[in-house]
Design a protein around this ligand. Structure first.
Ligand code: 0X9
Ligand code: ZN
Length: 413
């Protein structure tokens, strides 16, 4: 992210709309980068609760994106240190061609699932508001009976600008299929004994919008047309468990707008329907960017999971995975309270062992690339998260093995 360029380009843009009474009014849809004073999870939650999407947390401040209204509130609270409007004119770096746009991803998944049709299937799990298919790929050595095998689901791209989160599921699909073919014994054993699901791009409308003009837009939400002329629902605030609680906005113009009701959006509905139609899913991982974190429920409250074994499984697995990717394991609400996210729902509603990874880069400030770290980081981020992915697939038969070496009750999906 070129801060200088953003500072130089301070063109605000507005959406005009008409009220039924024919009074014209303007909605300022400009987003602002803000540095806001906050020294712990409680202060961060106050900021998140205003509707700001917090992207970087440091010891005594956070960096977030928010609307003019949210910026004004922070200013009135005396918390705002610095802010500037987000440009609409960022360059699309040439080297970012390696990222998959929707058409490229669709073609790649189509080719892979055609080439490896015996162990891979591609299906549409629903259509977005703009009519795009939300693609899922299912991999198993025994597709016909895969419902009886332990299942894992990996997702990417809930948030439009988090393009790196899409590259990981795509890569692991390719990795599993090609390694299987080449006789990798570990992969063959895993694929033959498991049911593995991927939804690489949950929010294709948003992802396409973010890159469509050739300039990144730092778009986060989907492209729902909200009442009042603004766009987008935050899909990671739209799941039903704890929906309507803290850290999610009721304001349609907010970055973290929760939607008019839980599961109001076709994308979250599609995930709900898909997960609920595969009752063998025991483990879920949703990739996001960025901050290098491994997060687990709860996110909508500070309390930790009440069931001791479930809490331990999440903690032990998160710690184990952190040894491979170097990320920091912690409960989601240690970051800040946010309600309606994927993993609170999948664990809270379905007792699926659930993680959110905030991928690279880390929190080293505005210079590290944030949502747009460049395509050069793709291979290393795919590699460092490969072991965690294989580990989750491996343990989907009984995740509780990690706390009692398999001597406790057998997990029954
Ligand atoms: O705020 C989010 O949705 C996630 N961060 S992101 O920068 N990718 O937007 C984090 C979700 C973690 N969950 C909670 N804190 N509840
Ligand atoms: Zn995200």
């Amino acid at each position: 992210m070129n801060v200088k360029k953003i500072l130089a380009t301070t063109v605000a843009f507005a959406a005009m709309t008409l009220l039924p009474m024919h009074h014209a009014y303007t909605i300022d849809t400009t987003q602002y980068w803000m540095k806001v004073r906050a020294k712990d999870k409680f202060e961060r939650s106050v900021i998140a609760d205003l509707g700001v999407s917090i992207e970087t947390t440091r010891e005594d401040f956070v960096i977030g994106l928010g609307s003019l209204e949210e910026k004004n509130k922070l200013e009135a609270l005396g918390l705002l240190e610095v802010s500037f409007p987000l440009t609409q004119e960022m360059d699309f770096p040439k080297e970012d061609a390696a990222f998959h746009n929707y058409a490229e991803m669709t073609e790649k998944l189509r080719n892979l699932t055609t080439q490896y049709a015996q162990i891979a299937q591609m299906s549409s799990i629903g259509k977005t508001l703009e009519g795009r298919d939300i693609w899922a790929v299912r991999i198993s050595g025994d597709l016909a009976h895969a419902d009886n095998l332990p299942a894992t689901i990996f997702m990417g791209g809930h948030h439009a600008r988090e393009h790196l989160s899409i590259e990981l599921p795509i890569y692991y699909i390719e990795y599993l299929l090609t390694e299987y073919q080449q006789g990798n014994p570990r992969v063959q054993r895993l694929v033959n004994s498991r049911d593995i699901h991927f939804v690489p791009m949950v929010n294709p409308d948003g992802a396409e919008y973010d890159i469509a003009s050739g300039n990144y837009k730092s778009w986060r939400k989907n492209r729902a047309r909200n009442n009042g002329g603004t766009y987008g629902v935050d899909l990671n605030r739209n799941y039903a468990y704890g929906w309507g609680g803290g850290g999610a906005s009721t304001s349609p113009n907010s970055e973290t707008f929760r939607g008019p009701n839980a599961f109001s959006e076709p994308e979250t509905q599609a995930i709900k329907k898909y997960v609920e139609s595969h009752e063998n899913i025991t483990v879920l991982l949703s990739f996001h960017t960025y901050s290098q974190l491994i997060l687990y429920p709860w996110g909508h409250v500070y309390d930790s999971i009440a069931n001791t074994r479930d809490k331990q499984v999440h903690e032990v697995m998160a710690k184990k995975m952190s040894e491979w990717n170097g990320y920091t394991p912690q409960q989601s609400s240690e970051l800040y309270i946010a309600s309606g996210d994927t993993t609170d729902w999948s664990y809270g509603e379905h007792k699926i062992i659930s993680f959110t990874f905030e991928l690279d880069p880390g929190n080293s400030g505005w210079g590290s690339g944030g949502f747009y770290p460049g395509a050069k980081v793709i291979p290393e981020v795919q590699q460092k998260n490969l072991e965690p992915v294989l580990y989750l697939i491996e343990h989907s038969d009984n995740p509780y093995r990690v706390i009692d070496n398999g001597n406790g009750p057998i997990f029954k999906p």
